[in-house]
Design a protein around this ligand. Structure first.
Ligand code: C2E
Ligand code: SIN
Ligand code: SIN
Ligand code: FE
Ligand code: FE
Length: 380
């Protein structure tokens, strides 16, 4: 937009009554403050009517060659039929003319001027008399239009009115551009997250294969962990990270050779030294990926013990992140009830008994209590 002293868009503010100027500035700041398209549309059309001192208005966005009604003032009721919200552009030649010229177009009195049948239908049903059609553009391309009109009585439009409308059109167009850009960024981000999550599922399934873990087991660990995390009061903003951390908890075992991972007997001291590196390997890997940094607690800290005898840091008590304290219980229960190359699965009762007895030494007693509560009567 041009910047000349005293000029906003096309309106020379030095010749504007101060109340009009105040109203215009209010509109500009209201438009700039919202990125949500539906509320932006309502703000835009309500403000346009206020500033123009007109009775009613409607705002449309163009979808291909279809006008899609976004908002009106006074607002439409919820039962307004959906089919009336869409109209072919060609049936609304005044809007078409404003879009083609990029300039406001007006009808001094709809009661006496030629109108298309669709336009006449709208005008008669709403009692519109004097109408201003103002184009909206995004990126230099026609994006829609708004309409402000007097009801029942004709109104006079002066040069300042037209200029004011043109300025409003520019401001609304800018706000629509911003909101659409914002929406497309949000959507792109959502798609990116979905793609990342699909990748993670793939990694986890591959890890599970090496560890001879079944999908059923992984799903059960996931479900139990999420239930327990909710029961322990982990804030729900963190649940996605917990879910990803659970999925990737043993990703550090990627660097553990099969000869150790699948060894049928107990590990030697050297083999343990390698195995115990898996939490740090996980931390190093996940910390290089912004998307996964917040998920690092479980992979890095799931072998810490409540009494401080775990690894890799020897953290104790509440110094161990809550999500990791929760996950440790589920992980051990799951490991014990699964066949491992070094021992067959334990029965459910024996595993539960082990977990119960390890409360306060290996595990956070509060987590064990919640865990037993959830598994009560759930069976193996
Ligand atoms: P994992 O098999 O997923 O086991 C996770 C945790 O569950 C273990 O962490 C341990 O706290 C508990 N756990 C699993 N099996 C048993 C068991 O038979 N008895 C008892 N008391 N606890 C059990 P931990 O000990 O830090 O082990 C980490 C990983 O090291 C294990 O993950 C497994 O992959 C491997 N590992 C542990 N012990 C052996 C072993 O004797 N032989 C082989 N080949 N690998 C082992
Ligand atoms: C309206 O203007 O209130 C909706 C009807 C239309 O123009 O399609
Ligand atoms: C309106 O919706 O307010 C008028 C639409 C038109 O005349 O095309
Ligand atoms: Fe582990
Ligand atoms: Fe594990």
């Amino acid at each position: 937009m041009e910047r000349r002293p005293g000029v906003i868009g096309e309106v020379d503010v030095r010749r504007m009554p101060s109340e009009d100027l105040a109203a215009l500035l209010n509109v500009i700041s209201a438009l700039a403050s919202t990125l949500d398209l539906p509320s932006l549309m309502q703000t835009a059309i309500t403000s346009a009517c206020d500033v123009m001192g007109l009775d009613t208005g409607a705002i449309y966005l163009l979808n291909g060659s279809t006008l899609v009604l976004q908002a009106t003032t006074p607002p439409l009721t919820a039962d307004f039929p959906d089919e009336y919200r869409r109209a072919p552009l060609e049936e609304h030649p005044h809007i078409g003319a404003s879009l083609a010229s990029g300039d406001p177009v007006w009808v001094a009195d709809a009661a006496s001027e030629p109108m298309s049948p669709a336009e006449r239908g709208v005008c008669e049903s709403r009692g519109l008399r004097s109408i201003l059609y103002v184009p909206l553009a995004v990126d230099g391309t026609a994006a829609g239009a708004f309409i402000v009109a007097s009801v029942d009585e004709p109104a006079e439009f002066g040069r300042t009115d037209i200029e004011l409308c043109r300025t409003l059109g520019h401001q609304i167009s800018l706000a629509v551009t911003n909101a659409q850009l914002h929406d497309s960024l949000v959507e792109a981000n959502r798609q990116l997250i979905r793609a990342y999550d699909a990748t993670l599922e793939g990694w986890a399934a591959t890890l599970g294969m090496r560890d001879q873990e079944t999908k059923g087991h992984a799903d059960r660990v996931q479900r139990l962990t999420m239930n327990l995390v909710a029961a322990m009061g982990v804030p729900c903003e963190e649940w996605e990270h917990v879910r990803r951390g659970t999925l990737l908890h043993d990703i550090g075992k990627m660097v553990v050779p099969d000869s150790i991972l699948q060894k049928p007997g107990p590990l030697t001291e050297e083999e343990w030294a390698v195995m115990r590196q898996h939490p740090e390997k996980a931390r190093d890997l996940l910390n290089t990926i912004d998307f996964l940094k917040p998920a690092v607690d479980i992979p890095y800290c799931h072998h810490e013990h409540w009494d401080g005898t775990g690894y890799p840091q020897g953290l104790a008590g509440e110094n161990i992140p809550l999500a990791a304290r929760v996950f440790a219980v589920v992980d051990v229960y799951d490991a014990l009830t699964s066949d491992r190359p070094y021992r067959p699965a334990w029965p459910h009762e024996k595993a539960l008994d082990y977990v119960r007895k390890a409360a306060g030494s290996h595990f956070d007693p509060a987590v064990v209590e919640a865990f037993l509560g959830i598994l009560e009567g759930a069976g193996p």
